[in-house]
Structure formats: C-alpha cells, structure tokens
Design a protein around this ligand. Structure first.
Ligand code: KG4
Ligand code: ZN
Length: 332
C-alpha cells in the first residue's frame, strides 16, 4: 500500500510517500524559517501564503523522489488539525482536490496523534504507551490505548515548551527557532547554576505551565544581565528546568497508569538533554523510552502517512467535507 501524507499545520510544507506502512520512499519538508526568523516567530498569514506557493511543487517533488506517479498512490492522508487554520486549509483543500480528481480515499489526521505515532516509522512499540508530544505549538501527555485510540491526559495551560525556548531566544536576540540555538548555547554549562522555577511540577495532574519559567528567565536577565562567561550556565539551567518538568510529569503518568512504555515526539524531542534525562530517569524504573531520530521529531509528512495507515487498515476513511480544526479538543 502506498500512502501520500501531507502536513501544512504550521510553518513547514511537508509531503511524504510511504510504502507498506513504514518504508519512507520520500519525505520532502520545505522550511519557512527564513521568512519567519525576520519576525522572531511564526506569522500565520505569511505561513499560509507560503504554503499556497509551495504545496504543488513539494507534492511533485515527493512523487518524483519516490519514483511514482499519483496513479500508484492508494491512500491520501492529510493533517486536519490542530494547527493554524489558514495553513491547515491549504493542505486540506489540496488533498481534497486530489481525492476528488483521482477517486482515491482520504484520511484526515490529527497532528498531535501523528507526532505520537512517528516512532512507528522506526520501531513498533507495543500498546499501551504514554506519549509526550512537545513542540512549538503543543505540550501534551497522551495515553495511546491501541491503534487509532488515544486519550489526552494533560496539556500546557499556557505556552508550549518549544514556544518558551523560542521566546527566550527571541528575548536574547539569538534567532529563531530557539530550541536548537539554546541547546547549543547551553553546551558545557552547569545545569544547577541558576534555580529557575519548575511550575506546577508537584501538582497531582499531567498539565504543564511554561510561561512562568519564561518570565522568571526574563526577570533574571533583567537583574543579572547575560554576561558571555555565564551564558552557558544560564541557558543550561533554563533548559534543565524545562526538561525536568517534561520528564517528571510524563514519568508520573506512566507510573500512575501502570504503563511501562513512553514515546516522545515533536520538535523539542530533538533536544539532547531531554533525551538523556528520560533515559537516566527511566533506567531503574522498568520503563522504556522510545524517541524517533531528530528529523522525525520535527513536522513531516511521513508521520501523517504512518498514522493514516492504521486508519486505512480498518477502512476508516474520511468524507470529503471534513473541516480543519485549530485546537486539540476538537480532534479527539
Ligand atoms: O514539531 P515542530 O517541528 O513544529 C511544531 O509543531 O511546533 O517543533 C518546532 C519546535 C520549535 O519551538 C523549536 O524551537 C523546538 O521545536 N526545537 C527544539 C529543538 N529543536 C527544535 N527545542 C529544544 N531543543 C531542540 N534541540
Ligand atoms: Zn508538530
């Protein structure tokens, strides 16, 4: 079975071709970073205009690199939500148009579910598992009970973790997106140099809050400055505070629910400290942690296609009048 996966939920135009569930024949991701970095963050109107300009060429490139023509595609998969509505609509309309023109079945996919399922492109993790999906737009803990069935256990009350990295980098004038820049700047620094807060870390829920951490960082810099000789310590302490909360709450969910597997996905899952902290803390707890390769943590069309494969196997296709939705609550 050949599945074409399309994602335009945020600022990347992504199209991938997947064969037999997990073999990536092509995965094209066209980044808009150069457009949005001028503004230190994503400008939704510019993102949707860029998707309109690019989607057809990216689709053609994905077919070409996979060595197929559209006739060879069995299923069309597209992100329905959550995300920026204007951006989502570009991919959704494109996929619906293709479905109408070719008669191929369509599957509308939840972007957050797809981040949780992206690990299946590299390994088959038995159900049930806890998933932490952590990116610039989302910070969510989910329970995946079986294929095509998941439950949201908790999410951020304010900023997403990646957004906190991005805003801190923007505040320091370090560039966009901030996650990788902060990780690089933190390298070699002492993680306990500054005691940044870990908001709601001990509350008996699976929710997060990152805006207080960001504000506390900004206040700290306001008082103490950002001297070059202390920059690695300060960034490392910020990174540690964010990772500590993410790991602790996810581990708590796994222990409370008696689930022995954790999957991590989303752009922040590319962070080396987050990955190593999960590995350290899970080691003696009988919990295994599964994190995809960094390129599969970021937005991509292959994760949409791999998730669609599970729905297609059950014959769970979508009608052509499916709508885009901006928030996770409307997606399941
Ligand atoms: O999943 P993604 O590509 O797009 C969204 O759905 O948001 O994630 C992008 C986010 C950005 O906020 C970026 O700063 C963050 O992931 N990110 C990182 C790292 N690489 C990307 N955050 C921390 N450390 C990293 N190495
Ligand atoms: Zn994403």
């Amino acid at each position: 079975m050949i599945i074409l996966g399309i994602d335009t939920s945020c600022d990347d135009t992504c199209v991938a071709v997947l064969k037999d569930g997990t073999e990536i024949l092509s995965s094209v991701v066209s980044s808009q970073v150069s457009v949005h970095s001028l503004f230190g963050g994503i400008v939704p109107e510019l993102a949707s205009r860029k998707h309109v300009e690019l989607i057809d060429a990216i689709y053609e490139q994905a077919l070409r690199e996979a060595g197929i023509v559209v006739r060879d595609v069995d299923v069309l998969a597209v992100t329905q939500g959550p995300g920026l509505i204007g951006s989502l609509l570009v991919g959704l309309c494109f996929a619906k148009g293709l479905a109408l023109a070719t008669g191929k079945p369509l599957v509308g996919i939840n972007h957050v579910e797809a981040h949780g399922m992206s690990i299946f492109l590299e390994q088959r993790v038995p159900f049930p598992f806890i998933a932490l999906v952590v990116s610039g737009g989302h910070t969510v803990i989910l329970l995946f009970e079986e294929t095509c069935r998941f439950r949201v256990l908790g999410s951020t009350c304010d900023d997403a973790a990646g957004e906190a990295f991005d805003k801190v980098a923007k505040f320091l004038g370090l560039g966009y997106p901030g996650g990788r820049i902060i990780e690089e700047g933190a390298s070699g620094g002492r993680a306990d140099a500054v005691a940044f807060p870990r908001p709601i870390i001990d509350e008996p829920n699976y929710d997060f809050s990152f805006s207080g951490l960001k504000t506390s960082f900004i206040n700290y810099i306001g008082k103490n400055g950002f001297p070059a000789e202390r920059s690695a310590d300060i960034l490392s302490s910020f990174q540690e505070a964010a990772c500590d909360v993410l790991v602790k709450k996810t581990m708590k969910a796994a222990k409370d629910l008696g689930v022995s597997r954790i999957v991590v996905g989303g752009g922040v899952a590319a962070n080396g400290r987050l990955r190593s902290l999960f590995a350290e803390r899970a080691a003696n707890q009988g919990i295994t942690v599964h994190v995809p390769s960094p390129s599969l943590c970021m937005d991509n069309g292959a994760m949409i296609a791999v998730t669609a494969g599970c729905y297609a196997e059950r014959g769970a296709f979508s009608p052509l009048d499916i709508k885009a939705y901006s928030r996770l609550a409307f997606g399941g």
